[in-house]
Design a protein around this ligand. Structure first.
Ligand SMILES: Nc1ncnc2c1ncn2[C@@H]1O[C@H](COP(=O)(O)OP(=O)(O)OP(=O)(O)O)[C@@H](O)[C@H]1O
Length: 338
């Protein structure tokens, strides 16, 4: 990590939700960094805490029902301790956010131009002419072919792909240093997905932004991300460069996620024995101690799990939680020997 390029540094970030008077962790002790010009993908099954991590960074939780701790340092300030009005100056200006569902993120009653102008009004002192020019420039940048026409349309007049382009235009309107994109292509068909990812990559190259890309789609990650963090039950279980995590996955959870990819062409993943059973438990039912993944990998013996799993560096920049991955290799070698 080059500290000069560091945009966001998460240290020991945890988020717990209050349910029936009791707090349950949805995100636990997350350490991550994002640099300029870097796309960090956060991957994991539904319910593993990806969105909660994003909304924690953005300060979008109700303090009455949420407990948040740790540090999320952005431009020298801990976002998790900032006042709402100071966060408002950063959100939309220095940090842009792209959500999964473009329709619900847009106001159905306002024309596209007005919705993009709103963010420019809030964060810049642009004149009407300057704003109009910027709206057209942004619509061009996100690949909208008739920007003047689209600027005057309402969200329901646009396709899903067009709406997502508009959401991206809003997110980048003030040239943010960091963009958090939560499942930006999930609601779109495959061709449009590829186009939207191209738009994100172009923007990153042009603005030198850092991007946190949250997705459960490993195909998207393989094509787009520089770094990958794999989440399970609110914890990072493996992190490294995309080449490290995809080429030499260590944690049994990462391996099973990769095996679920349609074109899993990695030989190392081809033993059918290790199909992962079950799904992520709800936060109320999640075990609070030990390796939270252990119940789903019964083929790894209990003694292979650490009591309180910690991260281990297996190569420079490549870390894996718990020593249980070693047992996995041991077992595979035994299989090969037979
Ligand atoms: N406001 C909330 N109150 C209580 N529990 C919540 C709240 N928001 C999320 N959760 C729970 O926290 C856990 C993590 O949810 P989260 O949405 O962050 O997961 P995710 O990995 O982003 O999943 P998805 O891809 O489905 O959005 C889940 O068990 C979810 O039910």
């Amino acid at each position: 990590m080059n500290e000069e390029n560091e945009l966001l540094k998460l240290t020991d970030v945890s988020t717990a939700f209050k349910i029936d008077g009791q707090y349950y962790p949805a995100v636990s002790h997350v350490d991550l960094e994002v640099e300029k010009d870097e796309i960090l993908a956060i991957v994991g099954e539904s319910g593993c805490g990806k969105s909660t991590l994003a909304t924690t960074i953005m300060g979008l939780h109700d303090p009455q029902t949420t407990q948040i701790s740790g540090q999320a340092v952005f431009a020298g300030q801990n976002l998790l301790e900032m006042k709402e009005e100071d966060l408002n100056d950063i959100r939309g200006a220095k940090i842009g956010m792209i959500f999964q569902d473009p329709l619900s993120a847009l106001n159905p009653l306002k024309r596209i131009e007005d919705q993009i102008s709103e963010v420019l009004d809030y964060h810049t002192g642009m004149s009407s002419e300057e704003k109009h020019a910027r709206v057209i420039e942004l619509l061009n940048q996100v690949g909208i072919l008739e920007p003047q026409r689209t600027a005057h349309q309402f969200p329901h007049e646009l396709s899903g792909g067009m709406r997502q382009r508009v959401i991206i235009a809003i997110a980048i309107a003030c040239k943010p240093d960091l963009i958090i994109a939560d499942e930006p292509t999930t609601a779109l068909d495959v061709t449009i997905q590829a186009q939207i990812l191209d738009v994100l990559r172009d923007i990153q190259a042009e603005n030198h932004a850092g991007i946190i890309l949250i997705t459960h789609d490993l195909g998207v990650v393989a094509e787009t991300a520089d770094e990958v963090a794999v989440m399970y039950a609110g914890e990072i279980v493996e992190r490294g460069t995309t080449a490290q995590v995809f080429g030499d996955p260590k944690h049994p959870y990462t391996r099973s996620l990769l095996r679920s990819m349609p074109q899993g062409d990695m030989d190392v993943l081809h033993d059918d024995l290790y199909v992962i059973a079950g799904s992520v438990p709800s936060i109320e039912k999640m075990p609070q101690t030990g390796d939270k993944f252990a119940p789903r990998i019964p083929w790894i013996k209990a003694s292979a799990h650490e009591e309180e799993p910690t991260m281990h560096e297996v190569a420079p920049g490549h870390q894996v939680r718990c020593t249980c991955y070693q047992d996995f290799y041991f077992q595979r070698l035994e299989d090969v020997d037979q």
